[in-house]
Design a protein around this ligand. Structure first.
Ligand SMILES: Nc1ncnc2c1ncn2[C@@H]1O[C@H](COP(=O)(O)OP(=O)(O)OP(=O)(O)O)[C@@H](O)[C@H]1O
Length: 789
């Protein structure tokens, strides 16, 4: 895009850059489109004691190109003062002397005397980076990116890579090159937008760091913070292994996040786990920047230097919702005022730093106007010799390095840098479409950087302080115990660890929780067709009937309760902790918060609190039974469980059968063919274990005085004979099943007989009403398909 600069300023050359005078000390290097110098500046920048600065001089061909650079400068201004971003000092643009409409842009910024990260890595070809060093670098860069993501709306860097990290005097690693920043870009909606976004991505991103949603726009994901997380994952991988995870295969591997970890150098599973998490194919399953930092800090064993601003926002949102509720109900107000957790008067004014007296999850905080808390002087790493006098950069090509051999040349990503190709193509005469978000009407909105700049205050002054993040828990991110959502016994935060777990099991914790809750709300579990269930799981006919029995009776807890309780415990515990203590720390904090706020809304809107019901489930089985029964699709009276009220239950059942008659059709069986069905069942029953189960099941079935009872002994006998291989006549394989007769209407369906049968049976044998019905069905079934059972 930009023109090349032919003349190099000589040392001592004096220039005016904005309100500063700069005297060139020496020429450092050339970037893609710029000359880089060190310069002495005076007056020294007021916000820092800088005397020696870095001067970047760029030649741009026209005004639109000038706007591109302006966006970069604006982003730097916005981030000025952040310890992990190369600090902006001043800038200046002027028409070039060539009188061809081109401009020269001068940008004064903090000078990073220790050079680039890529140079540093070059010095460590033999002696690769230690895990502590990798973590230190990652922590610094994560904090720099967090400053961008913390803005509202956020800024997306879009070109995070090794080459865009510089090292300052005090060996802080800093993000640089904000030439690709943008706001969130929504998924394109039409071909024009599609072309625009595609072109923009090619121009502003580096191929090896590109995320799946950037490559495949048809996935319909926005380009947002999570795209930076992906790039940061690639960055972290490259810090470890000196190659990118997708170096060999390229886009095809990126699209499915397919990569491997080399065996050398060795890093902890936890670190690798973090990389995998960040490289989740689905952007919504990646951690946010705060969670990345939390986990890095955990691995480092230091407090997280940054508050989780996503959680803070969720708190604010929740607080506002609470206030709205308060204003509507004075009685509600009284209740809430007693609840310190919900009504902690947490205010975070965008324009006022928090005082240390305000706490977040018990930890003192001191935030910048953007809610971003910069770190203290960072964790020092071991000094390493920075011998760059050995000639041009030499890196080991990743795959060769993995074999423990040294390769003479590093294959840097520059060779694959489509962004540079894009830049050079941008200002060709044929290209009339501006590729900057700031001049992209169709995709303006949050993608419009100028709006982002104006929406976010500049001159952010850091207030260095470490704090314990409210979302940082002591539990291990990658340790096995912490990864098991099911094992989360205490009411604690839904930490990143759980999100990690969900990552690797193919679904987010949010979704799983949502599904569980949905099932609780809708009773979905019990609406599953028993036959379908059998077909899917290979359960026996008996168990299918058992399921059917549960369906009729409103749910049996004898066998299922422990499992259900476990899952509900987890759900409720997590929901409780997240919805009420705001310790949400999963990949989609805000999404989760919304889910929980919806959840809590349901709580408050229903007379019987579902959450409290769920909580109760943890405490006693009775509550659980009542809960399920009260939510059963078959509505029965509250005294259902009592033997003494059996008549009432029968009446309820009758009433229900009239209100919503139970379907007794073959629906759900597929194409019903009696012969096929019998054959299928027959093949199942050749399994000996299953036969034993049938034995037990049949043997323990409550004895009901009905014609079916007489057949039960036959079933047992047949089963025994089959299992022993002695019964030739009943072998389903050897004898053709008798032609099924059209089943007669079961006697229990005749209304006048129900009460009598049920009452008699129930009183005499102490069985559930539903047992009788099911036994009748079983009886019919066996009559129709004797060979099957
Ligand atoms: N503030 C700085 N302090 C020290 N060195 C710097 C600084 N800024 C840039 N450099 C050096 O100059 C090089 C090029 O800078 P920069 O990336 O900003 O230029 P560019 O034209 O945007 O290059 P590219 O398009 O390739 O990223 C960097 O790789 C780094 O070595």
């Amino acid at each position: 895009m930009n023109q090349s600069l032919n003349d190099i300023y000589q040392p001592g050359t004096e220039l005016t850059v904005g309100s500063h005078r700069a005297r060139i000390i020496k020429y450092l290097t050339s970037g893609g489109f710029a000359h880089i110098y060190t310069a002495e500046i005076y007056p020294a920048d007021l916000s820092s004691p800088v005397k020696v600065a870095c001067l970047k001089r760029v030649l741009v061909p026209d005004k639109p190109s000038l706007n591109v650079l302006r966006a970069e400068v604006d982003a730097m201004k916005l981030l000025r003062g952040n310890q992990h971003v190369v600090s902006y000092i001043d800038s200046h643009a002027a028409k070039s002397g060539a009188h061809d409409g081109s401009y020269e842009v001068f940008l004064l910024m903090e000078y990073c005397s220790n050079g680039g990260l890529i140079d540093f890595m070059n010095t460590r070809l033999q002696n690769r980076l230690q895990e502590a060093e990798v973590l230190k670098i990652t922590s610094d860069i994560t904090q720099g990116i967090a400053a961008m993501h913390a803005l509202q709306p956020p800024l997306i860097h879009r070109d995070i890579k090794i080459e865009n990290v510089l090292i300052s005097d005090d060996r802080t690693f800093k993000v640089c090159d904000f030439g690709s920043v943008c706001g969130v870009i929504r998924p394109p909606k039409n071909p024009q937008e599609f072309n625009y976004v595609q072109h923009d991505i090619l121009k502003n991103t580096t191929a090896q760091y590109r995320s799946p949603e950037m490559i495949d726009l048809y996935r319909g994901y926005p380009i947002n913070e999570k795209s930076d997380i992906w790039a940061l994952g690639v960055f972290l991988y490259k810090l470890c292994y000196y190659t990118t995870p997708f170096e060999k295969v390229g886009e095809a591997a990126i699209l499915h996040s397919r990569f491997q970890y080399p065996s050398y150098p060795q890093y902890s599973d936890r670190l690798k786990h973090l990389i995998s998490f960040m490289l989740s194919e689905n952007p919504t399953q990646r951690p946010n920047i705060c969670q990345v930092l939390e986990e890095v800090s955990r691995i480092q064993g230091v407090p997280c230097p940054l508050r989780n601003f996503y959680v803070t926002r969720a708190m604010q949102q929740q607080n506002q919702q609470s206030k709205v509720k308060l204003s509507h109900s004075t009685s509600q107000s009284k209740i809430n005022s007693a609840n310190n957790i919900i009504n902690v008067p947490f205010k975070m004014n965008q324009n006022q730093p928090l005082r240390s007296t305000q706490t977040f999850a018990g930890a003192p905080v001191n935030a910048t106007p953007n809610g971003y808390v910069p770190a203290l002087k960072p964790f020092p790493i071991q000094p390493v010799s920075s011998n760059l006098s050995n000639g041009p950069f030499k890196f080991i090509e990743g795959s060769k390095a993995l074999q423990g051999k040294q390769a003479p040349h590093f294959q840097s990503s520059i060779g694959h840098d489509f962004s540079k190709l894009g830049r050079s193509q941008t200002f060709t005469p044929t290209n009339t479409l501006s590729l900057r978000p700031s001049v992209s009407p169709p995709l303006a909105g949050r993608g419009d950087i100028s709006k982002i700049i104006s929406a976010n205050p500049t001159n952010v002054e850091p207030s260095p302080v470490y704090l314990n993040s409210g979302t940082q828990t002591d539990d291990g991110f990658a340790s096995n115990h912490s990864l098991k959502l099911e094992r989360t016994k205490s009411i604690s935060s839904l930490s990143s660890s759980e999100s990690v777990e969900s990552q690797h099991t193919g679904g987010s914790a949010t979704r799983r929780l949502g599904q569980k809750l949905k099932k609780v709300f809708t009773g979905e579990r019990r609406s599953i067709s028993p036959i379908k269930s059998r077909q899917n799981t290979g359960d026996s006919v008996r168990s299918a009937f058992a399921t059917l029995r549960r369906g009729f009776s409103g749910g049996s807890f004898k066998n299922e309760l422990p499992n259900k309780r476990n899952s509900l415990d987890t759900s409720s515990a997590s929901a409780h902790s997240n919805g009420y203590k705001f310790r949400v720390s999963s990949a989609e904090s805000i999404e989760e918060e919304n889910i929980y706020s919806r959840f809590s809304h349901s709580r408050s809107s229903s007379s019987a609190s579902i959450v409290s019901d769920l909580d109760q489930l943890q405490q006693n089985d009775t509550g659980a039974k009542d809960y399920y029964k009260s939510h059963s699709p078959v509505k029965v009276s509250a005294t259902q469980g009592s033997r003494s009220s059996i008549q009432k239950r029968v009446q309820d059942l009758l009433k229900n059968s009239q209100d919503s008659p139970v379907k007794k059709t073959a629906h759900g069986y597929g194409n019903f063919s009696p012969n096929d069905d019998a054959a299928e069942l027959a093949s199942q029953f050749t399994n000996e274990t299953m036969l034993q189960n049938i034995h037990q099941s049949v043997a323990t079935t409550p004895k009901v005085l009905s014609p079916a009872k007489r057949n039960s002994s036959v079933v047992i006998k047949n089963a025994e004979q089959i299992s022993k291989g002695t019964d030739n006549t009943s072998s389903p394989r050897k004898s053709a099943p008798p032609k099924p007769q059209r089943p007669k209407k079961p006697s229990h369906l005749k209304a006048d007989k129900i009460v009598k049968n049920v009452e008699t049976s129930a009183y005499e044998h102490g069985v559930d009403i539903s047992d009788i019905e099911i036994d009748e069905l079983e009886k019919d079934f066996k009559r129709r398909y004797p060979s099957a059972v």
